[in-house]
Design a protein around this ligand. Sequence first.
Ligand code: HEC
Length: 115
Amino acid sequence: MKYYLFFILSPFLYSSVIDNSFITKYEYGAMLYKNPRGVGCIKCHKNPKEKEIFAKYLDKGNIEKIITIPPISKLTYKKFAKVLRAKKNSSLIMPTYFLTTAELRSLYFYIKNIK
Ligand code: HEC
């Protein structure tokens, strides 16, 4: 009798396990933003909505140069994906990433919806 009950209930037990471990697209994007199999975006783009100063230095003529990090929350998906799929050396600062389309979509979703 006990066993029957287990078999009847098991699909319910199982589905609740799935529900608990399911992470939303937003959470997945947030996770990738911190750890995208490479240097975390968050290390440089601290706040995706704001422009940040990455570095300041003096050039040969002793003139101050500032390297800035642009806000990334207003880009179209097309532009966003193009930047992240760019081959090595197209940016002097940003690392090259090898993210899948699903990962790019989650990251983009997170950046667009960040509170
Ligand atoms: C080492 C610092 C650094 C890291 C890490 C980094 N970025 Fe960037 N990112 C920059 C800088 C600096 C720019 C400005 C353009 C340039 O110099 O390449 C930029 C530009 C961009 C742009 C283009 C913005 C525009 O308006 O053209 C996007 C999109 C972007 N980053 C997204 C990301 C995402 C997503 C990640 C993580 C997967 C990431 N970046 C990781 C420094 C970084």
